[in-house]
Design a protein around this ligand. Structure first.
Ligand SMILES: [Zn+2]
Ligand SMILES: [Zn+2]
Length: 397
């Protein structure tokens, strides 16, 4: 276990770092226990129970059952009216783990392949540090969110009155990020992660014998043209300075070489970083699909599903995060020009409701997120917990 916190000198560092290092091993053990017992979205009962139990023990006012398995813990100090929200997600993925670790998942087909076990343990360690010696004036609300992986937990918490019941002047979150130096921090002002939407297109033609194509309307040929035409949306309709992704990830139709099927189904993931681009993609994909199908005498039925928006970090809150990272870890650990990521994150919903910022913590070299060999790096648990503690103290100074 490597629980070193690499920090710049200073009174706060010594005070917070010393405290966290004192109990870091307990939280590494807790993180590994969560890893061993992963739970899918909205089923985080055991995890939520452990989280809430600890927080109650440290004197937090704990609210369970927000959005099903979500937990919010509040701590007040002094007379200050400011308040800060910090969020960790708790859920795992439907993946069969292949790490071979001693604390690998005991639940077949379920694993923490996104490091949410780490996010939860980090915020718990910070919670203990704040409760036992936090110097702040105001209120911290620690938000333990369910169901990030299906993009539903944040929206459900907000719909259940999260920010009315637990008012926050700003809200922060972080994600561990592979192939970024261990303990390095990435801060991005503005769009940081992509929006994600989905389209399902059913191309309906007229099936028949493979030897008599003239008596059919072949939806396979229509789909081939459509897939090619879809590539022109990003290349020809989007401003070259904007970014967007239109990926046909699935195509299904037909079952035999000599039968032309009635229909073909395409599934498409759509990503962008700006609302204007998102709207353009939503307009162009169905329009192009319908016109393209019609030109061949077929019909395209389009089911377009809004997912969730881009993660857009607010400038002032991101500047505070960046400055704090420099003060805490020193210039060398703050990534210069950290680039936005085209993955998505439902924290986007919280940043639409509240000001704030979403940060990236380097997990070191290794497999990608959602890979069956992924594991959160325990070396960043203590530094990240110390960072959250300091953020609360600085925001609520
Ligand atoms: Zn994930
Ligand atoms: Zn994640």
């Amino acid at each position: 276990m490597d629980a070193q916190v690499s920090t710049a000198p200073g009174r706060d560092n010594a005070r917070i770092e010393g405290r966290i290092l004192g109990f870091a091993d307990e939280f590494i053990a807790l993180r590994r226990d969560l890893h061993q017992h992963p739970e899918l979205s909205f089923q985080e009962h055991r995890t939520a129970g452990i989280v809430a139990g600890h927080l109650e023990g440290w004197g937090y006012e704990v609210t369970r059952g927000v959005a099903g398995t979500g937990v919010v813990a509040s701590l007040r100090r002094g007379q200050g009216s400011k308040s800060l929200g910090i969020r960790a997600d708790m859920d795992a993925l439907p993946i069969q783990e292949t790490t071979g670790l001693s604390y690998a998942s005991v639940h077949p087909g379920v694993m923490h392949a996104c490091g949410h076990d780490g996010h939860t343990a980090i915020l718990l360690a910070a919670a203990r540090c704040l409760a036992e010696g936090g110097e702040f004036d105001g209120t911290v609300h620690l938000i333990f969110q369910p169901a990030e992986e299906i993009g539903a937990g944040a929206a459900k918490m907000i719909a259940e009155g999260l920010f009315e019941r637990f008012p926050c002047d700003a809200v922060y979150g972080l994600h561990n990020w592979p192939n970024v130096g261990v303990g390095h921090i990435g801060c991005v002002t503005g769009p940081a992660m992509a929006s994600v939407d989905q389209a399902r297109i059913t191309v309906r033609g007229k099936g028949g014998h493979g030897a008599a194509p003239h008596e059919t309307v072949d939806p396979v040929v229509v789909s081939a043209h459509l897939i090619t035409a879809l590539q022109t949306i990003v290349s020809r309709n989007l401003n070259p300075l904007d970014a967007g992704v239109v990926t046909v990830g699935s195509i299904h139709g037909g079952s035999a070489s000599n039968v032309i099927p009635d229909s073909v189904e395409l599934k498409i993931t759509v990503r962008s970083f700006r609302p204007e681009v998102r709207a353009l993609l939503k307009e162009r994909i169905p329009a192009l699909a319908r016109a393209q199908a019609e030109s061949f005498g077929a019909v395209a039925e389009v089911d377009y599903q809004w997912g969730f928006p881009a993660v857009v970090n607010h400038a002032e809150e991101t500047q505070l995060a960046r400055q704090l990272a420099q003060d805490t870890f020193g210039e060398a650990l703050v990534e210069r020009d950290f680039q936005p990521r085209a993955a998505s994150e439902d924290f986007a919903n919280m940043l639409q409701a509240k000001r704030g910022s979403y940060l990236f913590f380097g997990n070191g070299a290794g497999p990608s997120l959602h890979n069956p060999g992924y594991d959160f790096n325990d070396a960043i648990l203590a530094p990240a917990a110390s960072y959250w503690t300091r953020l609360a103290e600085r925001f609520l100074a």
